[in-house]
Ligand binder design. Structure first.
Ligand code: GLN
Length: 308
């Protein structure tokens, strides 16, 4: 893919040179230490070819990008029963919003806002000890990316454990409605730790391949989820993956995508490629500022928007 290689390299160079980089998240103290000058991109195509640019091999905190994978695991565990515990409509609210939960009787609007992701984590935890649930999530990430070195940054997890007052409020509130089955501290412990998984753009793009290829790993042919499930996870990524910036992301990039406050975005070009970008500076909605711009440039230059 010479054309793709060139486009990816050009975008990395352009992004590195830009002065507008957004603001690094500070509400998790450990994330505030990351260099806002970083930028990475990795694109993994169906035939296994990988195009990379910038800091594509530098590990970063995937944060809410992990919610795509916990959603996949929870659907694997209880199937459509999940939709009794969490909705699948865009929230139009910030990722950590509390007000909507009261109006909607403790049922989070979708699995990608914090409340929804905490409810999804609770589903994975049920019947297990926190350590086992976390092990399952980590094994899944290692399996998907074909990289046994992926791990959790305990310092980031501890940093969020100490300061995650809002997530604690969301979890306690859902517990009062009976939406969480497990002790709040256990569910939050697993949640904070899966958000603290550290991966590079290359590893993340590898992990997202099944979503771009009808639920299958294109290099092994191994099925991760059914084609129908992959399609539906992509639909939720498109409508909910960027919180109250989801409409803007669809408008500009035109791909299913999921962001995290570490500055990473996983995007899916169905039938074509799995893409990961990383730039730690965020926009007002908590989504990577240059990450979004880079993806917009990629889809524009390659004609990859799902909207034609
Ligand atoms: N761990 C972060 C939190 O719960 C994840 C948020 C995000 O990446 N948008 O606040």
């Amino acid at each position: 893919m010479p054309d793709l290689d060139r486009v990816v390299r050009e975008i990395a160079e352009e992004m590195r040179a830009r002065a507008d980089r957004g603001d690094v998240a500070t509400y998790i103290p450990e994330l505030a230490r990351v260099d806002p000058g970083c930028f990475g991109i990795a694109v993994v195509g169906g035939d296994g070819e990988v195009a990379v640019g910038g800091d594509a091999d530098m590990p970063f905190s995937i944060q809410s990008v992990s919610k795509v994978f916990t959603l996949t695991l929870a659907l694997g565990k209880i199937g459509n029963l999940l939709w009794k515990r969490v909705g699948r409509e865009p929230s139009g609210s910030p990722f950590n919003s509390i007000v909507q939960l009261e109006n909607e009787h403790g049922i989070p609007r979708n699995p990608f806002i914090n409340a929804g992701a905490i409810a999804v984590t609770d589903v994975i935890l049920s019947g297990h000890q926190p350590r086992e649930a976390l092990g399952e999530i980590l094994r899944f990430m290692r399996f998907l990316s074909e990289d046994p070195s992926i791990s959790i940054d305990e310092v980031v997890a501890a940093s969020e454990q100490r300061t995650g007052f809002r997530n604690r409020a969301l979890a306690n509130y859902m517990k009062s409605f009976g939406v969480l089955e497990n002790p709040v501290d256990y569910t939050l412990g697993v949640y904070f730790h899966h958000c603290a998984i550290t991966m590079s753009c290359r590893q993340l793009a590898m992990a997202g391949r099944f979503l771009a290829h009808n639920g299958r790993n294109p290099s092994t042919g191994f099925s991760v989820v059914s084609p129908e499930r992959a399609r539906r996870i992509n639909a939720i990524m498109l409508t909910c993956g960027h919180y109250d910036g989801s409409g803007e992301f669809a408008y500009r990039v035109g791909l299913p995508g999921k962001s995290g406050v570490g500055g990473g975005i996983l995007a899916v070009a169905p039938g074509r490629a799995s893409i990961a970008v990383w730039s730690p500076g965020l926009d007002a909605s908590g989504n990577s500022h240059l990450g979004r711009i880079a993806l917009e440039e990629l889809t524009r230059r390659l004609g990859w928007s799902i909207f034609g």
